[in-house]
Structures are given as C-alpha cells and as structure tokens.
Design a protein around this ligand. Structure first.
Ligand code: 7RM
Length: 652
C-alpha cells in the first residue's frame, strides 16, 4: 500500500482569500437550516435583481407534492444574466467560445451577448412565440445555443434543449411530449473529425411533430441543407430582416413561472420532462456557482459539459452569466485533435476554474501525463468534477498532475432534478477526501434511510440518500405528469425527496455517493434507464426479450451489458450484434449502445415473471460464484447458462 493521505486540507493561503472559510461554512450552514426562509430571502435580495419583491419566501408540502419559492415576486432570468451587468462589465467576455478546431475562437462580451439575445428574443416574438410556449433547441456548443436559451428566458418561452447527439426519434419524442412550436437547430455540427447532419435529423424528426411551425437554422458550416418553404428560416437572415422595432423587453416573469424543461432518464418508461421554474432555479445556480467555485471577478470558468445536459444549463450558461463571469464554451471533444486539447484550452484562455466529469479524467489519464505537462496550467486554481462517483486514482491524478497538487478539487453531487449542486466541498472551507462529495451546501438537509425508509442517524452509516427540506433549485414537476413526479420522488419515503442514489456518511459526517440504487445507469456520466435501452434493443426485431445491467468499465465507469433472448430463427452471430447496436443508436443515441451483448436462451425470472436483475448484475460484475439466492426462480438452470456465456465471452 502506498501512503496516500486520505484527507487533503484546505491550503491556508486559499482559505484566506476565499468567500467562505471553515467557520464561515459552519455558521452559514447552521443559519440556513435553522432559518431557511431568512437565509434564502437574504441571498435572493443580495444576489438577484427583482422587478418586484416576493410576498412569501416558501410554501411546501412533500406529500402533494408542491414546492413554491418567492411567490408574488417578478423577475426575469435574461435580465439577471445580461442587462444588469452592462454598466459594470459590458465589455467583459461573457462567453469565450472554443470551436471544434484548436484556436478557432470567438469572444462574446456581455454587451454583444445582450444585443444578440435581444434580437433573438424579438425574432421569436415576431414569429408568434408567447410566454409559456415551448421552444426546442437542438444545437451544437456554439454561442447561439446560450443566446437561444436566454432569448427564450427573456420572452418567457420554456426551452427544452435536446442534446445534439440524440437521434431523430429521441428528438421527436421530446418535442411531442411538450408540444414545441419552434425548433432552433444548425445546418450541421462539427465534433472532432465528424460532421453531424443536425438539420437532416431534425427533418426526420419533424415529419412526426405536428406542433412545430417554424425552424430556425444556425449556419454553422457551409454545408447545404434543404429548407422547407414557410417553415425553415436561416437564423442570420431572419435576424437581418427583423424590423428594428421588434420587442425585446424582458417579460415580467412570476417566480414560479417555468424556465425550462429538460428530459432525463428514469428507471421506468420514457424520459421525463424535468421542469424548473424561474426565481428559485436562478438563485440556486447563481449561489452555488459563486460558492462552490469560490468565484472571483477575474476568473475564467470552463465547464466542459454540453448544454444538452443539466450541467451545461446550470454551469455553462445560467450560473456563470448570472454572476457576470466569463464562461468558456467548448464545441469539440477532449481527445480532438489529441488528448492535450483541454490543457491547450486552459493555457490559451487562461482558465482558472475547470469542471468536468470523472469519465473524461479517466480517459485522459490513460493517455499519460505528457499531454497535460505539455501546456501551462499555472492559471488554474480550482478543479471540479460531476456526474458520477470519482475513483480515488482518477481523483489523485486530477489533483497531482492536472492541478500540480495546488488546486482544491470540488466533487459536486447533484442531479437534473436538483437544478444545481447540493453536496460539495467549498474550496476554502472543506478538507477533501478523494471520492467523497463531502458536505451539504447551504440549505440542503440530506438524510440517509434504510430499506424500510427509516432514517439512520449518526455517522458511520449507509443507506439511501433522501433530502428532507426543499431547496430553491429543485424541480417542480414532471411536465404534463405530476403524478409521475409524486410517484418517482416522494412516494417511496413519505415526507422525503428520494434521490435514487445510495450513500454512506462516514465518521466525519462526510457523504460518499455510491451510485444509483434504482434501474438507472450512469454511462460515462450520462443517465440512461434500463427499460429505455431494453425497449430499443427489442425494436431491432431480432430480440424477443432483453435485460440490461451496468457493468464495470475502465473509462466510462459503468458500461452496458445486454442479455438478449433472440427471436426464433435469428442466429447468434456478429451481424445480429451489429443490428442490435445499430437500432439502439438510431432509437436513442450512440451513448446507449451496449458494450457487451450476450445471447441467452432465457432470463432469470421469478415465478411471477419478474426479471431478477440482481443476478444479472452480479454476473455482469464478474461475480459468478456469488449471485445469491436463486431458489425463487422459475427456472434456476438459466443462471448457470448465463454464467457460462459471460465467462467464455471474457476468456482470454
Ligand atoms: C449533474 C448530473 C445524476 C446522477 C446522480 C448520481 C450521479 C452526479 C455525482 C454523482 C457521485 C457525484 N445530473 N452523480 N454527480 N455520483 N458523485 N459528484 O450528473 O441527472 O445526469 O445525473 O449522477 O447517481 O443521481 S444527472
């Protein structure tokens, strides 16, 4: 065993300059749970610009469930992210865009972004988009993506950003679920060596989206695309032709008016439309961005997430811009043209805060230290991770090699549903331990419950992670299906919000998130439901029945193992595997393609017909001898067949 310390203290010099030190954290945390309304009211006053103050800070009921923050208040997110910064920092870069090719950059100042957003807001209104209407955004990581989100926020339209790596079917389903009237896309995207035919994918999706009236197309490349007369408009041209008098005034928005819908996978059924509202979400992402990253005026903040995920919403766009920070927007991938790309970006743009996912860290660590050391990282002062548990090796590499041992690491735990970070170190306040998200942020009251739903008190305990008090950034409903909201998050443990994660609280009261305890996979930081992947596999027409489980994967953290019972007369060969993978890519996205496909003659089922995933999980993890009790199975013999199949596929 090597002698790696298991606790990393806050560097003294760092604490001295930080917004919050250890005593500060403890004092503020105590205040935030003893008097949540007082705490949040003060933050809301200090941090945000209100058109009209609220009447009531909070009303809530986790049984209904219903949560409302700052009711009666009037506030506009785009005004908070843009207009109010114009006097003090109009010429400060709001977005530093790094395109697909190294050095292909564009800097957009707050003044320029404000102007662009106003024009786009005017255009949307001109096209008939009104407060409450839904607008889909299917764009690569270009400044127009942030501008489109902010333009929607400006006029009160609810945006739903769909990750541009999703298939036509996935895009279609999301558009139809929330009935978007406008879609904003680009002719093509560029990702590494590839051109992504975004508009073509949109056309395919829109063939079955009756609600979409208009499509705005960003001209990202010189690639041709067919434009449908009356429906499709080039964005640049439409903006040029827009009358100068177009109305771009920020819409007065009630605190609880919806801001956006973002689809995320659950353990059952189709992805759900997580709905976030205006004031609480903005306050939460603004405060957490400032505190977790100890934000200073001169920081250059680089979050590598795509705006198609919640991390991109909260920490590429809304958090940084509400704080008047400079946000680096990265269009490419970490390995293009080589594994030094992130550090090249850090050096050229003098990035001071860098935030990425463990899967990216593991992938880059594997390429060796040389790619990192080739570039000057002296501008870096804080490193962050998000999306999945980080293993100690990856944490230490990040700390020692990327951060030269001098940058605190903030391991931030949160979810699409939570809107922003809930558990994380504060870099000036919290000593870190590799792999632990450490302590709850202000106002966050985590509890750990056992299988029966009983709270387990004290330290040195583990169980399931729940939250017992509302926080401003929490989701308010599943769009169009409030009952599903209740069922998914509040029915399991009455009175508590259930996160779906397993968790340990150690002797020091530090939280260690151990991963999902439901049927949700976390593949390279991307959330996927087992049911979703299984139904895509069956859609291939080759498979009668499928069960997928998470399997250990060196880079992705979790990969997908698929147990498939083939339909009669389908042969168990490579072309069948190809067919299955192809279908999954088409139905969901390449992200969801299984890493291993095993053909079996039957799945382990109880006599009542329930698939026993526990057994499949064990086999997928390589624990062939300890699959546990199989006596309740209808046909215990299938287990040995499954074990043999998996074992032999891994031999040699
Ligand atoms: C932000 C995001 C949420 C799920 C969540 C966890 C896992 C996220 C961490 C983490 C351990 C972390 N939203 N997760 N962050 N696990 N440590 N720091 O990822 O909705 O896509 O996923 O991700 O399981 O429930 S998400």
């Amino acid at each position: 065993m090597n002698k790696t310390p298991n606790t990393f203290p806050v560097p003294k010099a760092f604490a001295a300059k930080a917004h919050v030190d250890q005593q500060g954290y403890e004092k503020l945390y105590r205040e935030s749970v003893e008097d949540p309304e007082g705490f949040w009211a003060r933050q809301a006053n200090e941090i945000l610009h209100w058109q009209k103050p609220w009447d009531k800070v909070l009303s809530w009921d986790f049984k209904a469930p219903s949560v409302r923050w700052f009711e009666g208040g009037v506030i506009n997110v785009s005004e908070n992210c843009l207009d109010r910064h114009l006097t003090a920092r109009g010429d400060k870069p709001a977005i530093v865009w790094e395109g697909n090719e190294p050095g292909e950059t564009r800097t957009v100042t707050y003044r320029q972004l404000h102007a662009e957003v106003c024009r786009m807001a005017g255009l949307l209104r001109h096209l008939g988009v009104k407060k409450g209407d839904r607008v889909a955004i299917y764009l690569p990581m270009v400044p127009e993506a942030a501008a489109a989100m902010l333009a929607c926020a400006r006029i009160g339209a609810i945006h739903t950003v769909v990750f541009a790596g999703f298939s036509a079917e996935a895009l279609r389903d999301r558009i139809n679920d929330c009935g978007c009237s406008v879609l904003i896309t680009a002719n093509e995207g560029l990702r590494g060596g590839k051109r992504v035919p975004l508009k073509e994918t949109c056309d395919e999706a829109l063939a079955e989206c009756p609600s979409v009236r208009k499509v705005l197309v960003v001209r990202r490349t010189d690639g041709e695309t067919a434009m449908q007369a009356g429906r499709d408009l080039w964005l640049d041209q439409a903006l040029r032709e827009l009358p100068a008098s177009a109305n771009s005034a920020p819409e007065p928005m009630g605190s609880e008016d919806p801001l956006f819908i973002l689809y995320t996978s659950g353990s059952t059924g189709k992805p759900k439309g997580v709905l976030h509202t205006t004031a609480g979400y903005l306050l939460h992402v603004s405060l957490t961005h400032r505190m977790v990253f100890d934000l200073k005026e001169e920081d250059v903040f680089f979050c590598g997430a795509d705006v198609g995920w919640v991390t991109g919403h909260s920490y590429v766009v809304y958090g940084p811009l509400s704080n008047g920070a400079t946000s680096v927007m990265f269009e490419s991938i970490p390995t293009y043209p080589d594994a030094g790309r992130y550090w090249d970006v850090v050096e050229r743009h003098k990035v001071s805060i860098f935030y990425t996912a463990p899967t990216a860290i593991r992938a880059l660590a594997k390429e060796g230290d040389g790619w990192v050391k080739k570039y000057d990282r002296s501008s870096l002062r804080i490193l962050g991770t998000v999306g999945e548990p980080i293993n100690a090796d990856a944490w230490l590499w990040y700390h020692n090699i990327v951060g030269e041992g001098r940058c605190p690491i903030v391991d931030t735990w949160w979810q699409t549903e939570t809107g922003g970070v809930l558990i994380s170190p504060l870099p000036g306040a919290t000593a870190t331990k590799p792999g632990s998200a450490t302590k709850p942020l202000f106002g966050v009251q985590p509890v750990i419950v056992d299988d029966e739903g009983k709270e387990v008190l004290g330290n040195g305990v583990s169980g399931r992670l729940c939250i017992k008090f509302p926080w401003p950034g929490m989701m308010r409903t599943v769009y169009g299906d409030h009952e599903r909201f209740r069922q998914t998050y509040f029915a399991m443990y009455p009175g508590l919000y259930f996160t779906g994660d397993g968790c340990r609280r150690d002797e020091d009261g530090y939280y260690w998130i151990t991963g999902r305890v439901d049927d949700v996979l976390n593949v390279a930081g991307h959330r996927l439901g087992t049911a979703e992947v299984e139904s895509a596999i069956v859609r291939s027409g080759l498979v009668a029945e499928a069960a997928v489980v998470g399997i250990p994967h060196e880079i992705k953290g979790q990969g997908i193992g698929a147990f498939c019972v083939l339909r009669d007369s389908v042969s168990s060969d490579a072309s069948t595997i190809k067919g299955i993978l192809h279908t999954v890519r088409e139905v969901i996205s390449p992200i969801a393609a299984p890493d291993a496909v095993w053909f079996v003659s039957g799945l382990p089922k109880t006599r009542s017909g329930k698939i026993m995933r526990r057994i499949l999980r064990k086999v997928g993890e390589g624990e062939y001898e300890s699959v546990g009790d199989v006596t309740t199975l209808a046909d215990p013999a299938v287990v040995s067949e499954i074990v043999e199949t998996v074992k032999s596929s891994r031999a040699g």
